[in-house]
Ligand binder design. Sequence first.
Ligand SMILES: Nc1ncnc2c1ncn2[C@@H]1O[C@H](COP(=O)(O)OP(=O)(O)OP(=O)(O)O)[C@@H](O)[C@H]1O
Ligand SMILES: [Mg+2]
Length: 170
Amino acid sequence: MPQDEAMPPDRIDMNRLELISHSPEQTQRLGIRIGELALAGDIFLLVGSLGAGKTCLTQGIAWGLGINEYTLSPSFVIVRELHGRLPLYHIDLYRLDHIEEVEELGLDNYLYGKGVCVIEWAEKGLSVLPAEHLIIQIDYLSDSERSFQLKPSGKRYLEVLGQLKHLTLN
Ligand SMILES: Nc1ncnc2c1ncn2[C@@H]1O[C@H](COP(=O)(O)OP(=O)(O)OP(=O)(O)O)[C@@H](O)[C@H]1O
Ligand SMILES: [Mg+2]
């Protein structure tokens, strides 16, 4: 029997949180809460297909950090630095195809800096990104609904999960 099947379901779900968003506004609300509780050095890894809502969530995180200049206009910039209560480093790995390209970006100043890192298409760089992080996996449920699964690695992100577990989006 495969290992997962032998494990009781509550063990598999332990330390994970799923939130359902019914609109872009609800996704932004989740982002705002994350932005409000973020600390310097936090790493949020966004995983989800095209149009899942990664940028929408990031916009909320920016607002939660007190950044008002955030725009949704498409940009070919891989790293955007914005300043609020803390710096926000918004990194988008979409255009990168090889892990070497991620390494060559020299992201360490951002990843181990004094700001908050939000990384879209983080799955493209997982092996070279910090081991402690919060994965936010976004799945498409319908035109207006998305599932957000929060998967923490490390003590800091378990704490973040605890701060989000009573959040209601509607
Ligand atoms: N509940 C929802 N949460 C977030 N976005 C939603 C939701 N329902 C519908 N949408 C729509 O889905 C789209 C999400 O776009 P967004 O740019 O945030 O996706 P993305 O994951 O960043 O895509 P990309 O991979 O192209 O960067 C927007 O057009 C938004 O209006
Ligand atoms: Mg995006």
